[in-house]
Design a binder for this molecule. Structure first.
Ligand code: NAD
Length: 376
């Protein structure tokens, strides 16, 4: 077994997926987010939408009318089509392990929405199953596919005046979900961005969580992450905040970069501060974007489409995506430690080391934690 760390890989060149034969995709779950995946699959380079799966007749009818594709009430029906090579899963969080398992066992590549799994054991079983079958497994950590985040990662490696000492990420607002708590719903985005930017493992996690009156799940969580080099990460997650806010600040000794994801008002902004105060953003940070007034960034391709194109390329070349198994496992390990820390009232914990079988080692039998508990 080998221990693995987070990596900051550069995403593939734009248009690379177009040079391969298109990958036949099925979208599982045509709800609020799955509908975006279906639209992306129908327009991305290197993919062809073969079908949509949803148990709700209205969701199937909407997909049939929009795309004229075959629709099914169950994944097993859709998998009888041999031209389906990959499955994109956008079902509620609690169903992910079972649906991923069925897709991988049928020999299909998988892109699964966040949270891919809600504990490390299940994430490791997914990764082992994919490895053993030579299949791609990728998590829907969409923010790794935004141009500003991609640029920021490169700028930190190649052009930042010094190493940062703090990265702070806030994700507030949105509707309260019933399929998981705010840590597992929002947290995968922030933790994946921090791991990608800093490209080093988290060695300590402290979390505190709160429920709003009548809540079953955590509605607000603060995370304090210690990275191997001593850089700190702070993450503040909460839904039911008035107005949505997604912001990321990277602070060095006498510089700072702030990225605000527009989300509701549609415009992302990236602002940079130097020793003398606000400055025009570096060319590397604006690469591939059209800088507007007051730090506005426009003109870059939709992250969901880029994510799907990188996934299609991975299916064809065998090179994992930037949100592939290693990244998925690293994110899940941090979130699992955070969930435990919050349960313990904010005790500092070391995340479980992330291990994967080497290629050729057989995968552990695939079963969900629920199944494992039921057997004991
Ligand atoms: N990456 C992102 O930025 C992002 C944004 C929003 C949601 N998501 C994720 O996408 C997933 C879906 O979220 P949503 O908001 O679309 O939920 P939703 O409830 O709107 O839609 C889920 C759909 O899945 C269907 N479904 C349920 N079980 C199924 C099964 N076993 N097989 C096939 N279909 C099934 C439901 O009928 C429903 O249509 C969640 O994991 C969520 O966290 C990701």
């Amino acid at each position: 077994m080998t221990a693995i760390a987070a990596t900051a890989e550069v995403l593939p060149a734009e248009g690379a997926a177009a040079s391969c034969a298109p990958v036949g995709l099925v979208i599982v779950g045509h709800g609020r987010w799955g509908a975006n995946h279906a639209r992306a699959a129908a327009t991305a380079r290197g993919t062809v939408l073969k079908g949509v799966v949803d148990p709700r007749p209205a969701a199937r009818e909407a997909a049939r009318q929009r795309y004229g594709v075959r629709t099914s009430a169950s994944l097993s029906q859709a998998l009888s089509d041999s031209s389906v090579e990959a499955v994109v899963i956008a079902t509620p969080a609690a169903t992910h392990t079972e649906v991923v398992s069925e897709a991988l066992r049928s020999g299909r590549h998988v892109l699964v929405e966040k949270p891919a799994a809600m504990n490390l054991a299940e994430a490791q079983m997914m990764a082992a199953e994919a490895d053993a079958r030579g299949l791609q497994l990728s998590a829907g950590h969409t923010f790794l596919y935004t141009q500003p985040v991609r640029n920021l990662a490169r700028w930190l490696r190649e052009a930042a005046p010094s190493t940062p000492w703090l990265v702070r990420s806030e994700r507030l607002g949105g509707r309260r979900r019933t399929d998981c708590d705010v840590l597992w719903n929002f947290g995968p985005h922030d933790v994946s961005v921090l791991l990608h930017l800093l490209a080093e493992p988290v060695v300590e996690v402290t979390a505190r969580g709160h429920r709003f009156p009548g809540g079953r799940h955590l509605d607000g969580v603060t995370l304090d992450l210690g990275f191997a080099s001593g850089v700190r990460g702070e993450v503040y997650l909460g839904w039911r905040h008035p107005g949505a806010k997604r912001s990321l600040r990277v602070l060095g000794e006498d510089w700072a970069v702030k990225y605000r994801h527009g989300h509701l008002d549609g415009e992302d902004t990236l602002t940079q501060t130097g020793p003398q105060g606000p400055k025009e953003i570096d060319r590397l940070l604006a690469d591939g974007c059209r800088p507007g007034e007051r730090g506005g960034l426009r003109g870059y391709r939709e992250p969901l489409i880029l994510q799907l194109e990188e996934f299609a390329l991975a299916c064809r070349t065998g090179k994992p995506t930037v949100s592939g198994p290693e990244h998925l496992l690293a994110v899940t390990s941090v979130l699992e430690a955070a969930a435990r820390s919050a349960e313990l009232g904010g005790r500092a914990l070391v995340p479980e080391p992330v291990v994967r079988p080497r290629t050729g080692e057989s995968a552990a039998p695939f079963q969900s934690a629920g199944q494992a508990l039921a057997q004991h």
